[in-house]
Design a protein around this ligand. Sequence first.
Ligand code: PEP
Length: 253
Amino acid sequence: MKHFLLIANWKSNPQSLENACMLARALEREVKKIRGVEIVIAPPYPFLVPVRRELKKAKLGAQDSFWTGGPYTGDISPEQLATLGVKYVIIGHSERRIYHGETDSLINKKMKAVLEAGMSSILCVGERERIGRDIPAIVGEQIRGALREIPPRLYRNICIAYEPVWAISTTPGAVPDTPENSFRASMYIRRVLADMAGKKNSGSVRILYGGSVSQMNIGSFVRDGGVGGALVGSASLNRKTFGEIIRIASRAR
Ligand code: PEP
């Protein structure tokens, strides 16, 4: 059985290098104490190297990547990230779709480039509003768009994070999704993948949940959410809270 995967998405936090290194050191101490959980810390770009120096057991993640290197001012290529020791790259986060207008076709280019550079990619998908009980078709469209023409042999390096935007803690009025719904979402995502690339390839993709994950709900997502991991935003910025999330996830396995 694969380890439960916990990704700490720090977004554009903290604001100083000193605080980033302190937080990384503290999280690494928590990670060392537990088993059965794989931890990835995704700091902002400028802190990747100093944070990597603080990590032994936890792996290094990036929050985005451009799809190539060259004359693209301000962009970071997958090859550059790979040389820094990045193992996982978040692609298509809702904040990038909303604030930077990222389209499924751009996300598809990024996915291909990250996988070809030998890293794992964490594709974020999710609807903006909840309408009824069914998982909306937009989730399937985002997956089909992002994975277009990606060879199924690379599926084992793909994680898909179901992150309904209404559940992300920074969305006004956010509420975490229920484990029952994340279970339904994970079944839905598997069906979409199986239609695209067959059941075997679909089974090699790790499905995660993200949206207001905390020490209060992580246990139920591990046990009943039908997911192999979680993407954690705000709660990963607090050493004690994230430490507790890690311990609960490890015990609930
Ligand atoms: C996120 O933005 O990816 C996220 C999951 O944030 P939070 O845990 O704060 O809802």
